[in-house]
Structure formats: C-alpha cells, structure tokens
Design a protein around this ligand. Structure first.
Ligand SMILES: CC(C)(COP(=O)(O)OP(=O)(O)OC[C@H]1O[C@@H](n2cnc3c(N)ncnc32)[C@H](O)[C@@H]1OP(=O)(O)O)[C@@H](O)C(=O)NCCC(=O)NCCS
Length: 182
C-alpha cells in the first residue's frame, strides 16, 4: 500500500489527462476585487477540506484573505475557477504558487476545490493551468507538501506529473514536486 501511494518518480504522464470539465467553469487570474468571492469560498469549505489545505485547524489570520486576493504578480500566481449562478459569480476553486527560493526559481504551490466540485476533474484542470502559467513565468520547480493521508491530492499530483516522496524527517508529510525546465 505504501509503495502504491509513494514513489520517487511520477508514474503518470506529465501531460494531464483532463476529464470533460463542466462548460460553465471559467478559470482566470485572481483580482483584488475577488475578496468577497474568496471569503465566501473559504468559509464555505468543509472543516476537512480546510484542514487538508492549511495542514491544521487554525483560524484565518487577520489580513489573510486580503493577501490571498491582492497578490504581487512578480512573486505569486493565483488562478480561480468560477461558475455563474443566476447572474452572480461563485468561486469553486483556487490554485496558487509563490516564490520559495528566487535563486533556484523554486515556487511553492497549493490548491483547494469546493467540496461540491471535488472529484469532477476540476483539480486536474486548475493545477494544469497553474503549471502552464508557472512555466510561462520562468518557474523551474513547483513544490508543495501534503498530508500522507491526502489520497486525493496525491492522485491529482501524480496525474499532472508531479513526483511524490516522503518529506525528509517527517513521515506524516509528502513532498510533491514537478520540474518545469525539462
Ligand atoms: C485534493 C483536491 C485538490 C483534488 O481536487 P479534485 O478536483 O477533487 O481532483 P480531480 O477531480 O481532478 O481528481 C483527480 C484524480 O484524483 C482522484 N481523487 C480526487 N479526490 C480523491 C479522493 N478523496 N480519494 C481518492 N481519489 C481522489 C480522482 O478520482 C481523479 O482520479 P481519476 O481521474 O483516476 O478518477 C481536492 O480534493 C481538495 O480541494 N481537497 C481539499 C484541499 C486539499 O487537500 N488541498 C491540497 C493541499 S496542497
């Protein structure tokens, strides 16, 4: 089971195989004016999804939502997935990456999908778009950590071409990594 879950090399093709995504879903860069959409999205997440995303049950910090929506495009990329419900946009997912080591062009990434939209192919579509945007920006490595038990994230990461290994010195965490310059 362990070997099935963790390997040092990605077992999937680097090209994500996107399932047919709902045609009403739009993906675009986040904007400062998305603050309320982002607030509704984050507070609408289940406790489990929020825990998996933040790796803890911590509450949001003051100013955190503002920082997530008002980003510095030189050092961060954030993409939101939206649907229009009766004339109003609703955020259903967000994927982002931010500089971790500028010298190595190594960026840290994270993704979260609204509970009602999970397991419908949106993760593959959104993470695939983030990888494209990061490559265009000159990012050399996308890297992130996830909990060992986060099977959904591991499967998604593998589908998009990431390698999966244990985080050094911490068997509860997995390190997901994708080289973009090869
Ligand atoms: C992890 C997460 C981003 C996956 O997004 P998603 O939209 O559900 O992923 P997709 O629908 O594109 O699925 C990708 C693959 O993973 C599989 N998968 C998704 N969730 C799964 C789960 N909970 N258990 C097992 N497999 C799962 C899908 O079946 C699919 O594989 P398939 O095409 O062979 O069927 C989403 O579940 C989520 O937001 N979780 C909470 C936050 C989180 O864990 N973030 C990651 C921390 S960085």
């Amino acid at each position: 089971m362990l070997l099935d879950l963790v390997s040092t090399a990605a077992s999937a093709s680097p090209a994500p195989v996107a399932r047919e995504l709902d045609p009403g879903v739009r993906i675009r860069r986040i904007r400062p004016s998305d603050l309320e959409l982002e607030r509704r999205f984050v507070y609408g997440l289940s406790a489990r999804s929020r825990y998996l995303r933040l790796l803890s049950a911590r509450p949001l910090q003051p100013g955190e939502l503002e920082r997530w929506t008002n980003i510095d495009p030189q050092r961060e990329i954030a993409l939101v997935a939206l649907v229009n419900e009766g004339g109003d946009d609703e955020e259903i997912g967000v994927a982002r990456c931010v500089v971790e080591d500028a010298g190595d062009a190594r960026w840290d990434f994270a993704i979260v999908i609204a509970d009602a939209w999970q397991r419908r192919g949106l993760g593959v579509a959104l993470l695939g778009k983030l990888v494209e945007a990061a490559r265009e920006h000159g990012v050399r490595t996308l890297s992130g950590i996830t909990l060992f038990e986060n099977r959904g994230m591991v499967k998604l990461a593998r589908k998009v071409g990431f390698s999966v290994r244990f985080e050094e010195g911490d068997a509860t965490l997995l390190r997901l990594e994708l080289r973009l310059d090869r």
